[in-house]
Design a protein around this ligand. Structure first.
Ligand SMILES: Cc1ncc(COP(=O)(O)O)c(C=O)c1O
Length: 382
């Protein structure tokens, strides 16, 4: 049995460890293959471009897309900004309305707020107590003025999976564009661009065992899909994202995509063990979000009477969080748990446990023991 190495990392929604196979794929592009992929006059440029081309195809293959439908960006934040603002501006003034969901990632919500300030109308759909939208309500909210529907695939705080197939069908029927923030979904749940009616999809490298600072935007080949670029420059990435590409980061994202998608059984087994043990051995525990429509590597629990920040501190050897890494600098209750209808008290008593490819059963056993111990200790002190 391998020795348990402390501390244990259980914050996989904030970021994932880099897979060593990804690092190997990146290394040559930091050193000998150092060319600029946009230099067309010599072999250094050709070599770097060849690496980028391979990576582009690897990203496309994972989601059943074409290589020329992939635009490299700095991450899902940038992809979401290009998709939402770029499409909203391209459709304006004929259409001035977009629809999103109250539980989206901050970068989607803030992009929408920026559009509101600029005069657009935005509808923030509510979710039910499971964290899922009502697709009939979505249909009823779409008007002739709606250009875009943006609904995330897997939620970063509670792991629930929205019904992308149904949402895509509605958007196709009512002829509005459908964007999904799939930062927490790509490589974790099957995403097939040939069957889902998704027009735009955002990807993040560091959520799938790839490097930080790289992501991609899938944009379906369709003449109507011409988001306005947010940067001006050399016109790289079909004019949508000017700036020199980073071949090492592209190679890393490509390699991460190539090896993705084989962890499901491992993660499901760990999730079942963790969930059953915690709920079975402690009273007053609630799993937040749908029990069935979920990515298993993200479990968000509320422990009655146990403040999440206290629990996180008590669990010194386990890296977990009370919510999204992107909102840790913004104090206040989680907007996701608020949208689910949890009380302020319940929200304060919530933690997110995230695990994945590198998590071992021994680590989960340790986490179960420590969580049960710490929750019990804190409750005794009350
Ligand atoms: C759902 C979701 N969207 C977008 C992002 C932003 O991704 P990136 O760090 O690649 O900009 C994150 C990261 O926290 C996320 O979880």
């Amino acid at each position: 049995m391998t020795e348990l190495k402390l501390p244990i990392y259980l914050d996989y929604q904030a970021t994932t460890p880099l897979d060593p196979r990804v690092l190997s794929a990146m290394m040559p592009y930091f050193t000998e293959k150092h060319g600029n992929p946009h230099s067309t006059n010599h072999s250094f440029g050709w070599e770097a471009k060849a690496g980028v081309d391979v990576a582009r195809k690897q990203v496309a293959d994972l989601i059943w897309a074409q290589a020329d439908e992939i635009i490299f960006t700095s991450g899902a934040t940038e992809s979401n900004n290009i998709a939402i603002k770029g499409l909203a501006y391209a459709a304006y003034p004929a259409k001035n309305h977009i629809i999103t969901v109250a539980t989206e990632h901050t970068c989607v919500l803030e992009s929408c707020r920026a559009l509101e300030k600029a005069g657009f109308e935005v509808t923030y759909l509510p979710v039910n107590t499971d964290g899922l939208i009502d697709t009939d309500e979505l249909s009823n909210t779409i008007t002739a003025k709606t250009s875009l529907v943006s609904v995330m695939a897997v939620n970063n705080e509670i792991g629930v999976i929205q019904d992308l197939k149904k949402i895509g069908e509605i958007c196709a029927e009512l002829q509005v564009m459908f964007h999904t923030d799939a930062a927490q979904a790509v490589g974790k749940i099957p995403l097939d661009m040939t069957g889902l009616n998704i027009d735009l999809l955002s990807i993040s490298g560091h959520k799938i065992y790839g490097p930080k600072g790289i992501g991609a935007l899938y944009r379906r080949n369709d003449a109507r899909l011409r988001p306005l670029a947010l940067f001006d420059g050399g016109g790289q990435e079909v004019g949508l994202r000017s700036g020199t590409l980073a071949p090492a980061l592209c190679a890393g994202l490509g390699a991460a995509c190539k090896i993705a998608g084989n962890d499901h059984d491992h993660i499901l087994a760990l999730a079942e063990k963790l969930q059953l043990s915690i709920i079975g051995k402690l009273d007053g525990v609630r799993l937040n979000g749908s029990e069935t429509q979920r990515y298993p590597g993200n479990l968000n629990f509320s422990f009655e009477g146990v403040k999440g920040d206290l629990l996180v501190k008590e669990l010194r050897n386990i890296a977990i969080s009370t919510g999204s890494a992107c909102s840790t600098e913004k104090p206040g209750p989680s907007h996701v748990l608020t949208a689910l209808g949890l009380s302020k008290k319940q929200i304060e008593c919530s933690i997110r446990i995230g695990f994945g490819r590198m998590t071992t059963e021994a680590e989960i056993d340790y986490a179960i023991e420590q969580i049960i111990d710490s929750v019990t200790k804190i409750r005794v002190r009350l």
